[in-house]
Design a protein around this ligand. Structure first.
Ligand code: ATP
Length: 314
């Protein structure tokens, strides 16, 4: 792939105060968000959180009730024709022609673009070469998904919307898709994706917005989210009944140090390199060797549960 250059100077995605209702259901409730150029931005949330509705408003398929949506500086509803060549859309469930062969379908989509990627290369990259002559209806669900992704990116869009891009794929296919998304980012393409897979958001996204009931509950880099709010902890083994008072006095006040079982120690608080050094210095002073030392970091799953009180998984 080649560089996209500076085609896009406007912010790729900008939502301000966006609300969408379906009857009494508020699908999206006053959402503000911005996605920057060449960023992979993940909207993460459980079923019904409002992810698809948000993306469909960005794609121009539905209009917000209130608020504004700007895509590459344009209105996705009114300027749909101008945007069509500049954005790539991968729909949930594929959306191919049942009787068309996979390779033909991609070639057809490529033929509409001024400067498409090489369809054969894309088929190969996504592990679809062997399925090129298979009709769409006979492709497996994962192959249909990968073909939908190929169709979304073959025209070298500046911005790509991916709704649950790896839903229903096996581990190998998922990694192939992740690698392609990574390549898009390196090529300067902006990617907005929705997922309820934490590993996918952690693996791919530069920034994540966690939404629930149509509202953002947290936004940040995967690292920021995992470090936010609650503490992580440090566990290690050492001889039993060590005097913890010296350690407690060397640590900042809010930290707790306990022997949870004979010879098993737990330090609770934000574990940073200084805290680690304090603990090992205390061990050295007592002339004891700490073993099995590990910092237990929170996962995005913990963050989500803490912020919403709900499990992320359907
Ligand atoms: P999923 O992970 O299941 O795809 P989501 O986060 O994408 O969920 P949305 O599909 O945006 O969530 O749905 C948000 C809310 O709006 C849900 O309560 C859903 O039932 C409702 N909703 C979405 N589309 C419609 C529609 N066309 N008519 C009525 N209600 C809808």
């Amino acid at each position: 792939m080649t560089q996209q250059g500076a085609r896009a100077s406007a912010v790729p995605v900008r939502l301000h105060g966006v609300t969408k209702r379906y009857g009494s259901t508020v699908a999206v409730a006053g959402l503000d968000l911005e996605v920057q150029t060449a960023e992979v931005f993940a909207l993460l949330g459980p079923n019904g959180a409002g992810k698809t509705t948000t993306v469909e408003m960005c794609e121009g398929f539905i209009r917000p009730d209130t608020g504004t949506v700007e895509i590459l500086g344009l209105d996705p509803g009114a300027d749909n024709a101008r945007l069509r060549e500049r954005i790539g859309v991968m729909l949930q469930g594929g959306g191919g022609y049942p009787a068309a062969r996979a390779g033909e379908m991609l070639n057809l989509v490529a033929s509409y673009a001024a400067d498409p990627l090489d369809p054969a290369w894309l088929m190969d990259t996504l592990g679809l070469t062997e399925a090129a002559r298979t009709t769409y209806r006979r492709l497996s669900g994962g192959q249909q998904q990968r073909l939908a992704l190929a169709c979304a990116v073959v025209g070298r869009p500046e911005l790509v919307f991916l709704d649950e891009p790896t839903a229903g794929m096996d581990a190998h296919a998922r990694i192939v898709v992740w690698e392609l998304i990574d390549a898009l980012r390196r090529d300067g393409v902006t990617v907005m994706l929705t997922t309820h897979q934490l590993t996918e958001a952690e693996e791919l996204a530069d920034r994540i917005m966690i939404i629930d009931h149509g509202r953002p509950v947290a936004t940040g880099t995967p690292d920021e989210l995992m470090r936010s709010g609650a503490e992580n902890q440090l566990r290690f083994r050492a001889p039993r009944m060590l005097d913890l008072s010296l350690l407690v006095s060397a640590l900042p006040e809010s930290y707790r140090a306990t022997e949870t079982a004979p010879g098993e120690y737990l330090i609770e608080g934000a574990i940073n390199p200084q805290v680690l050094a304090t603990v090992t210095a205390w061990c050295a002073r007592l002339d004891v060797l700490a073993t099995d030392m590990r910092v237990e970091q929170r996962s995005l799953e913990d963050v989500f549960l803490e912020l919403t009180g709900r499990e992320l998984r359907p």
